[in-house]
Design a protein around this ligand. Structure first.
Ligand SMILES: NC(=O)c1ccc[n+]([C@@H]2O[C@H](COP(=O)([O-])OP(=O)(O)OC[C@H]3O[C@@H](n4cnc5c(N)ncnc54)[C@H](OP(=O)(O)O)[C@@H]3O)[C@@H](O)[C@H]2O)c1
Length: 125
């Protein structure tokens, strides 16, 4: 299912098993926080579209500071935050640039400390 509300997911689940939900979600846009937690408990995948904000990548001094500390880029950190956010989150960041592709793949190899995760978490809360 894509572009759905919490209510629509519940309605669909009463009709058929749902395996994956794709909605807009990223470090700064956190409308689906509750839905993601509920789907994780149910073993349903969640694929955030615009994981990097689409045409307006997230900018934040916290994001930049964490990236500097880890000697990486803000976009790698933004993706690492999503991967740590919940085990049911699967990422498909789109790019037309090989440099960005490398940066995005690097996000999967980053491990954020609890402190960094917490600071990043507060950006969109
Ligand atoms: N279900 C839906 O309604 C829906 C809606 C939108 C998208 N989607 C899907 O969701 C997936 C992800 O969406 P998306 O690719 O549009 O969103 P996205 O990954 O958040 O954003 C893509 C944009 O970010 C830029 N970008 C990518 N990596 C970057 C980086 N490391 N640094 C700076 N800019 C970067 C890209 O430009 P460059 O090309 O210059 O890197 C492009 O402009 C896609 O598979 C898409 O088809 C679904």
């Amino acid at each position: 299912m894509s572009n759905v509300t919490v209510e629509q997911v519940a309605e669909a689940q009463a009709i058929a098993p749902i395996v994956c939900v794709q909605n807009m979600y990223n470090l700064a846009y956190r409308h689906d926080d509750e839905l993601i937690d509920r789907l994780a408990e149910e073993g349903v995948a969640y694929v955030p579209f615009f994981p990097l904000g689409g045409f307006t990548p997230p900018q934040s001094s916290t994001l930049s500071a964490v990236a500097e500390r880890l000697d990486t880029t803000p976009m790698s950190v933004a993706l690492a935050w999503l991967l740590r956010r919940s085990p049911n989150i699967l990422l498909i960041p789109g790019t037309s640039s090989v440099a960005h592709l490398r940066e995005n793949v690097a996000g999967a190899g980053l491990s954020l400390s609890d402190k960094d995760f917490g600071q990043l978490d507060r950006i969109g809360r």
